[in-house]
Design a protein around this ligand. Structure first.
Ligand SMILES: [Zn+2]
Ligand SMILES: [Zn+2]
Length: 295
């Protein structure tokens, strides 16, 4: 049984438009007669539709841009944090006590880094875009592992609006209910660091030469999470370095396998597997970018 070249190689197109200079001087025709040739399995010939240029599409992705809704939520979050800071400062001048507020600020800063780690671990490992309230945040966070560099192109309000909304609903009642300036020193610092934690995270993905000098100085001093601190989060086994304020808690949490222990507890009680237990697949694999902005 004769089988045509095209039937054996169904995806290969017939060669046409051969330049005359490369062709023979005489035209030779060749015909092959096929009889009872089975039709190739059409289902196997379906080429999977893939994102041919993910880099280009992500560079121009309108979902990375801020909307007015994003900006309003960030403005609301900043306003409530500013209200808390104001109460802290006014109370400090009224009492002339500054050591306690200073210590409270430091505690807020240190615990915000810890809080960012737990929050980041939660949204990386559990839920998906259908999860109520934080679904878009989960989708963005989990997508961040596939396209880490896009965080540097995501607009500030787009990146921070979900956290700003949570800050607004948490800090506003505290502003109304409490006047203790030491308490507000803690709350305002903690809330400020959490509100801007996604921006700190974005800076950790930035190229040093393109970052503001003050940011680079704070990263070098260890006051903000640096690229060096954060890069381990985007490398196998993808289950460490979750803290994104200063990154100071990462070593403590990772060395003591705190998140691994929590994942085991959740699995034993609720049967829920964290995403980090799966073999790294395309959802976790960093694709390369032509520029040098990736972590
Ligand atoms: Zn992550
Ligand atoms: Zn990252």
């Amino acid at each position: 049984m004769a089988i045509s070249f095209q039937a054996k190689n169904p995806l290969r197109q017939p060669i046409t438009n051969i330049s005359r200079s490369y062709g023979p001087s005489r035209v030779i025709t060749c015909s092959v007669t096929t009889t009872n040739v089975p039709q190739p399995n059409r289902e196997k010939l379906v080429v999977e539709q893939r994102l041919v240029h993910p880099i280009l599409s992500k560079n121009n992705d309108p979902t990375l841009e801020s909307t007015w809704s994003h900006r309003l939520w960030v403005a609301a979050g900043c306003t409530t944090v500013f209200g808390s800071i104001t109460k802290s400062i006014i109370g400090g001048f009224g009492s002339n006590l500054w050591l306690e507020p200073a210590l409270a600020c430091y505690a807020g800063y240190v615990l915000a880094d810890l809080g960012s780690g737990f929050y980041h671990w939660g949204i990386d490992n559990y839920g998906d875009e259908s999860t109520p309230i934080v679904g878009t945040q989960l989708e963005a966070s989990q997508g961040h592992h596939k396209w880490p560099w896009t965080i540097t192109r995501r607009h500030f309000a787009n990146n921070s609006h979900t956290i700003a909304r949570a800050i607004t609903f948490t800090v506003l009642p505290l502003n109304i209910a409490f006047n203790n300036h030491v308490f507000h020193s803690f709350v305002s610092t903690f809330a400020f660091c959490i509100l801007f934690s996604q921006q700190f995270h974005a800076w950790a993905h930035g190229t040093k030469s393109k970052l503001p000098p003050l940011v680079v100085a704070l990263q070098d001093m260890g006051m903000l999470v640096s690229r060096k601190d954060h890069v381990g989060h985007h490398r196998a086994p993808y289950n460490s370095n979750y803290c994104v304020v200063s990154g100071a808690w990462n070593k403590v949490l990772d060395d003591n396998k705190i998140f691994v222990a929590l994942e085991l507890v959740l699995y034993m009680h609720f049967g829920v597997r964290p995403r980090s237990w799966n073999e790294p697949n395309s959802d976790w694999t960093e694709e390369t970018e032509m520029s040098n902005n990736q972590a």
